[in-house]
Ligand binder design. Sequence first.
Ligand SMILES: [Zn+2]
Ligand SMILES: [Zn+2]
Length: 127
Amino acid sequence: MSERFIFTRHRTDCYHCGEDADQIIKAVSAQAQVVCSACGATRIFVPRFEDTGAVGTCTPIGRYDVWEVRTDAPCKNCGVTGPHDLAVGSGHMTTRCRNCGYAHFYRFNLEYIAQCPLADEEVSAPP
Ligand SMILES: [Zn+2]
Ligand SMILES: [Zn+2]
């Protein structure tokens, strides 16, 4: 994942370990990840290209609330680096450019728990 698009964090109760911990959110065109900084629980999302119009926060079926996160990111469509709205649910994730409205849709793909989170140097984010 050399492309840099979304790289932010959202502090909340982890669905897995229950700690109040930063959840690291990374997304590029091809994939998105959410990683718990406390236990290493990782969720992988992959792009979904079919937009049925049903994607959104209107179907809160899942193990926890949808996170709504705002972060600055470079938009691939309009080229402006500015605020993007992220919605992260248990089954989907979306990013949307505030400037032009261009959105990426992802769907949940798989989940794994890091065996040794202390040795996982990937779980880091800029301040
Ligand atoms: Zn956790
Ligand atoms: Zn844009």
